[in-house]
Design a protein around this ligand. Sequence first.
Ligand code: NIG
Length: 427
Amino acid sequence: MKKDCDLIIKNIGQLLTLAGDTPKRGGEMSNLTIIENAAVASKNGKIVAVGKEDSVISEINLLDNAKEINVDNKVVTPGLIDCHTHLVFSGSREDEFYLRIKGEDYLKILRKGGGILSTVDAVRKASSENLFKNGIKILNDMLSFGTTTVEIKSGYGLSTEDEVKILKVIKKLDEKHPIDIVPTFLGAHAFPKEYKNKEEDYVNLIIEEMLPVIKEKNLAKFCDVFCGKGVFNLEQTERILNAAKYLGFKLKIHADQLIYDGGAELAAKMNAISASHLEYISDEGIANMKQKRIIAELLPGSLFFMGKTNYAPAKKMVNNDVPLTLATNYNPGTCTIKSLPIIMTLACIYMGMNAEEVIVATTINAACALDLQDDIGSIEVGKKTDIVIWDVNNYRQIPYFLGLNLVEKVIKNGNVVYEKQTEDVLR
Ligand code: NIG
């Protein structure tokens, strides 16, 4: 029997389906499962047929009001997935940027009450409406760069009340914006000023109060901890993550970001879904992540923005079968890049990843880092119709044309939610 469809995307030059086993690792990270002269059909926001155009046309029954999009031989990919951001905040930190350019150290600024803590001050003073409005603006920009799903962490509240405030804003953003949002609780982002020299009390507050309240209100899927020098040590990280696991949160860790601290090994020990940053990961950390199938979230935008050169050893991880993702890590301190295509270019230039690997890392593997691989990340029957149409005829141009927005249309749940406005200059 023919399948009804209310949307057909036709005349696709290269359809990057990303189909196959998940997460992709090793050599599979270079396999995009491409179909040429392809089409995709969708009904009620879900994909019902994918393949060569002739074969898709023969399988489907186009409903009366069905929309037809002819992509004119261009490239089509799954919607991009930004699996690591801190995008709900207030204020900005250009003064800190100025100081860092002059040579001031990131952790020293934090120790003096700046950095993350200055954003905490601003967020505590901000209304939920203000946080929501800022969030919408950022998400609009991300959507225009092809992002259809975003993970957002709390972590600029650092009190039960303010962390809940941020997570409620994240929930409202998910309800109101076309981008799907995955919430992560990051109360362990820094020690708030009022807990100076009482760090253990703050860890206890997270364990005894914040985590149960957030669980009870169902405000987060993941619990993350910033593990490392000047923030949460290994023992504190493990205690927090154990408590989170007990309550049913899935786990993430910021690991080996500013120095080697054993965070990758801990992520493996705790069976976290992912570990992020990893600039100083050890060989043992890589081996443990491979063995426990932990996903690496690499964030080259932060290295670039911080003017550093110690990028995470991406190729070594690929060669050791650790599945990689890439994300913007959008936040007011260490990365103000909202575009995943720019992150792809940085990953190619500074980490030696190839065009195929960076696309895998921002689609299907990023879906795995959010435990959403059954719904998004590839163009396969049954998944959400989250699709980007690119104004290129070869996917290798996506990371190549640095800084140009090549996104022509974004389709979310089967609806066109972004369309590039082109001005007719040839009047
Ligand atoms: O990923 N590592 C922790 N958090 C952010 C920084 C947040 C900030 O400086 O405001 C990061 O780099």
